[in-house]
Design a protein around this ligand. Structure first.
Ligand SMILES: [Zn+2]
Length: 332
């Protein structure tokens, strides 16, 4: 029982340690008819539930932290969409498919703490540093609207599209077209495929998730005229939007269609890959915006759509060395 005992007090024992631990955690001891009870906020833990004491206190602290996070005006906005699917936070515990540079970026991005000109605490010119179209340089503008980043958006979109095509190729689906203009219209759906006499028109988008409303609005029906066009070729025609947020929020509504071409197990993996792809793009677009230097090798990505740029060791404005001797980023 020596563990945790204050070294400065030679008279300490289990009770003195318990008392100082209770004071630290604001836990109160109450005796009712000689029987001890612990009081923590409005929780009362009797001796019969002694095995649950640590769980109960830890769980309450976790709930309190979540409430504080959601009550912050900006965090609440992004977390509302991120919380729609546990996949959006898949890398929190193990860093799977996530570079160190992405790790340094994503939490600040989701919490609205990146030092862009439009940040609430920034003084002076709030406008975009790269274009004249935005009076407020926000992350949504940088990732989805700023001029000069359109090539990145295209590659980001194509990355998700390639994953869907690859998955469909290993299923019973028959792919009818990929990014081809439908004759007689000016519409160019991402993918058209046929599964069991049903034609699916797939529309992939990477909106900047800020509110569930924004996510819902991205499910526009610009392909509605095609429903009639294909009606004679199948028993039914469906438009299936697939939304993967620009900072890695997964829309749970994607799953219904994707389960037609993927097993439940592979879908879980696919969600993680798509989310991490978009987080990588978000980081690379943000750093390119701030530094003016492209963060990826386009030729390499075109050669192999699954190519993942390795850990950047230079030009990471978010890499703040913890001490002067370890300034180099570690490879993945
Ligand atoms: Zn701009």
């Amino acid at each position: 029982m020596d563990e945790g005992r204050p070294a400065s007090n030679p008279m300490s024992n289990t009770w003195t340690v318990a008392r100082s631990a209770s004071t630290r955690q604001h836990v109160e001891w109450v005796f009712d008819d000689g029987l001890p009870k612990l009081k923590f906020q409005d929780l009362v833990l009797k001796s019969s539930s002694r095995r649950k004491i640590l769980y109960s206190i830890r769980n309450r602290l976790r709930q309190d932290r979540a409430l504080v996070l959601l009550s912050k005006p900006h965090q609440g906005k992004v977390m509302e969409v991120v919380a729609q699917s546990p996949a959006s936070s898949h890398f929190y515990y193990n860093g799977e498919y996530t570079r160190f540079s992405d790790w340094r970026f994503i939490f600040k991005a989701r919490a609205g703490l990146l030092p862009l000109n439009g940040a609430p605490w920034k003084e002076g010119d709030k406008g975009c540093r790269r274009c004249s179209k935005a009076d407020l340089e926000t992350l949504a503008h940088v990732l989805n609207h700023c001029e000069g980043r359109s090539r990145c958006w295209q590659l980001r979109h194509d990355g998700i599209q390639n994953r869907v095509v690859h998955t469909a190729q290993h299923s019973a689906a028959q792919i009818l077209s990929i990014n081809k203009q439908v004759p007689g219209t000016n519409l160019r759906p991402d993918i058209i495929m046929k599964i069991d006499d049903v034609i699916h028109i797939i529309d992939i988008t990477c909106p900047f998730e800020n509110r569930i409303d924004g996510f819902e609005k991205a499910k526009h029906d610009r392909y509605a005229p095609l429903l009639e066009q294909f009606a004679s070729q199948a028993s039914r025609v469906e438009i299936n939007p697939i939304l993967v947020g620009a900072i890695g929020a997964w829309d749970p509504a994607n799953d219904k269609f994707l389960l037609k071409i993927a097993s439940r197990n592979y879908l879980k993996k696919m969600q993680k890959l798509c989310i991490s792809d978009n987080i990588r793009w978000a980081r690379d677009i943000y750093v390119e915006h701030v530094t003016g230097r492209r963060q990826f090798d386009e030729a390499e990505i075109l050669r192999n759509p699954n190519f993942r740029p390795c850990e950047p060791v230079l030009d990471d404005p978010l890499d703040v060395p913890q001490c002067s001797t370890s300034a180099t980023a570690m490879p993945v």
